[in-house]
Design a protein around this ligand. Structure first.
Ligand SMILES: [Zn+2]
Length: 227
């Protein structure tokens, strides 16, 4: 179903064209959570809402009846997002496990669902930096990011834990899928790739396209504690 994006003039003014295009791209997806009530935005229209404090800007979607499109002050945004990123609750992401023919064969995709626009700080870049990832581009079979000294992958009760200096994020995985993924090869490494609009919920995914057209970061992470 095609969903209309409601954009107040002041919102259109602060968002770059690229961010508006991103919002237009995702607004009709069936899995956008409302910024206010956290229920899926499934109606005919969705509001583009911008929360800001003196350090950053958070762009989200909302039910028009929950919040109309506009710019809203929300002090402490940075701290809120920081604690979300580092808590066991994890980040607002879609994730998937994958594989490729070349070693490291194991792939982990993390797609940010948060749509941000902040001139000086991109949280996805912050996320990449804290995990020790580097910018990558090119065919997924050929990317060869360096081994991260900041993060590694470890067992987690929900699936995979991504351990980094600020804490542990996790990627929820079914045991069966995880077992197959772990059995791919003897080398205890995996490539973690992150970006926006990888299309993880779409089939086919847009990963190849994302790698060509959008900023993506990746790193080779060691697997520790798996027997
Ligand atoms: Zn709502």
């Amino acid at each position: 179903m095609r969903r209309r994006l409601l954009v107040a003039p002041e919102v259109a003014q602060v968002l770059q064209a690229a961010h508006l295009a991103q919002l237009e791209g995702v607004v009709s997806e069936p899995d956008n959570a409302c910024a206010i009530c956290a229920q899926f935005v499934l109606g005919e229209a969705a509001s583009a809402v911008v929360f800001k404090d003196d350090r950053g800007t958070l762009v989200q979607l909302a039910h028009p009846e929950c919040l109309s499109s506009g710019i809203y002050e929300r002090p402490g945004l940075d701290a809120v997002m920081d604690s979300r990123m580092t808590s066991g609750e994890g980040i607002d992401t879609n994730t998937a496990l994958g594989s490729r023919p070349t070693s490291p064969q194991r792939l982990v995709f993390v797609e940010m669902r948060m749509l941000w626009s902040a001139p000086e700080a991109d949280p996805i870049e912050d996320f990449a930096n804290r995990l020790g990832l580097v910018p990558v581009a090119g065919p997924i079979e050929r990317i060869d990011p360096p081994v991260s000294s900041l993060s590694h992958i470890e067992p987690h009760e929900k699936g995979l834990g991504i351990s980094h200096p600020q804490g542990v994020d996790y990627i929820a995985t079914e045991l069966e899928e995880l077992t197959g993924w772990l059995a791919l090869e003897a080398s205890q490494t995996a490539i973690l790739l992150t970006g926006r609009n990888l299309g993880l919920l779409q089939r086919p995914t847009l990963i190849e396209e994302a790698l060509m057209e959008r900023p993506c970061w990746a790193g080779t992470l060691s697997l520790r504690g798996f027997s």
